[in-house]
Design a protein around this ligand. Structure first.
Ligand code: CS2
Ligand code: MG
Length: 408
């Protein structure tokens, strides 16, 4: 069996999805996602210039050897661009293998460990009342878990995760007004004074059963993060995400000494080497990697297995930046993983997205129900794709009030 061709498409409804389609001499094809958020042209170029020419003629069933070939063969290892490109190839090869087997992908990992995978939605409010309404909205839709982000009184610009008026929570992650980012102002003192009490009020309003998550988005120093974690301890959070910048693995030690709040980190990690120390030293409770930028199914499964040895559960990244292809790959990992925790879930559900990526994966009462179709269980409509093309976009950049550059 041989790979005969592969193509990359960039574009999508409201996002620059990077979609890889790998064709074979047996008519079976596989799909992969390399949508590195706001840097999408780069994994697309890596695929077109380096990986696709090396894929033609190879046996698609040897996904492990091809992964190693690209990873070791690059000499310069890791990095989000290369890992996103390897990841897309890897997803497509697993898709082909499972289609050949006539089985949904989770069967190749060891079958299902659960019927539905718990997901969380994003509730956002410009103030606390607005946020309470947003939480109530998701609860009414059947969600059992919500991430809560709130505008901070006196903060000159919206804080992380809060949609501007008129934008839905699905739209604010990328600003398509251009490639030069908008700038936001951050004030740690105002956040520290407001947020713990706001979280306590949310718990009082919604009672003990709602799973409440909060994302600090790398904004605090280690000592501040420890203080914040101690302050929110009585709220009983499901998790506190990215309390400190994720590139410093030592930063969480102080927090761990002072608090038992569950910690989630890793949406920016692209390899097992970024989180090895955090996992082995049991400094985290949830791993946030995504198959999209962490080397695909082969590499993420390796991370999940290491996590399982250290009581770390999965909480894969699922911001709208990922296409339904990598969300499908994660749905299969979620169905199997013995150490599954939760899945962030925002991407599916718009009619345009469903038309471009038809699938039978579905959401029921806050649970993701994996499709039983062979392979990843998601398709890609090339005719639909013709209406979309790449649109430049960016994340904001964050500064303190005196102009000092801070962490987005
Ligand atoms: C966020 C992301 O979903 C999350 O937890 O932290 O939305 C993040 O801001 C974007 O993926 C950045 O590309
Ligand atoms: Mg996050």
């Amino acid at each position: 069996m041989k790979i005969t061709d592969a193509k990359v498409f960039v574009g999508g409804p409201g996002k620059n999805y990077v979609t890889l389609k790998v064709m074979t001499d047996q008519g079976v094809y596989g799909l992969g996602d390399a949508s590195l958020n706001n840097r999408e042209t780069l994994p697309a170029a890596y695929l077109n210039d380096y990986l696709i020419p090396n894929l033609i003629g190879r046996d698609p069933r040897n996904s492990e050897d091809l992964w190693q070939y690209f990873y070791r063969g690059a000499y310069f290892r890791r990095g989000p661009i290369a890992m996103a490109a390897f990841g897309a190839v890897d997803m497509a090869l697993w898709d082909i293998k499972a289609k050949l087997a006539g089985m949904p992908l989770y069967q190749l990992f060891g079958g299902k460990s659960r019927d539905g995978a718990l997901v969380y939605a994003h509730a956002t409010g410009s103030d606390l009342e607005d946020l309470m309404n947003s939480i109530a909205h998701y609860q009414a839709l059947g969600y059992k878990a919500v991430r809560v982000q709130c505008g901070i009184p006196g903060m000159p610009t919206a804080s992380y995760g809060v949609a501007d008026k008129g934008l839905s929570d699905k739209q604010f992650i990328t600003d398509f007004s251009g490639i030069v980012p908008k700038e936001e102002i951050w004030d740690t003192d105002k956040y520290m004074r407001f947020m713990p009490d706001a979280l306590a009020q949310i718990r009082d309003r919604f009672g003990p059963d709602l799973k409440i998550l909060h994302d600090v988005h790398h904004r605090l120093l280690p000592r501040e993060a420890a203080q914040f974690a101690k302050a929110v301890e009585p709220v009983g959070l499901f998790w506190l995400e990215d309390p400190t910048p994720a590139d410093d693995q030592d930063a969480l030690k102080l927090l761990r000494q002072h608090s038992t709040v569950p910690i989630a980190i890793g949406e920016v990690f692209n390899s097992i080497w970024d989180c090895k120390q955090l996992i082995e030293n049991e400094l985290i409770d949830f791993i946030r990697v995504a198959v999209t930028y962490a080397g695909g199914i082969t590499h993420v499964k390796r991370i999940v297995d290491l996590c399982a040895l250290h009581h770390v559960r999965t909480g894969f990244h699922g911001a709208p930046s990922h296409s339904p292809i990598s969300m499908a790959a994660q749905a299969h990992l979620n169905a199997w993983a013995p150490n599954f925790g939760i899945q962030e879930y925002l991407v599916l559900g718009t009619p345009e997205c469903d038309a471009l990526f038809p699938s039978k994966h579905r959401l029921e009462q806050g649970m993701m129900i994996v499709s039983d179709e062979p392979g990843l269980g998601v398709d890609f409509d090339e005719n639909e794709a013709k209406q979309y093309s790449y649109k430049p976009g960016s994340h904001p950049v964050v500064r303190l009030e005196d102009g000092t550059l801070w962490n987005y």
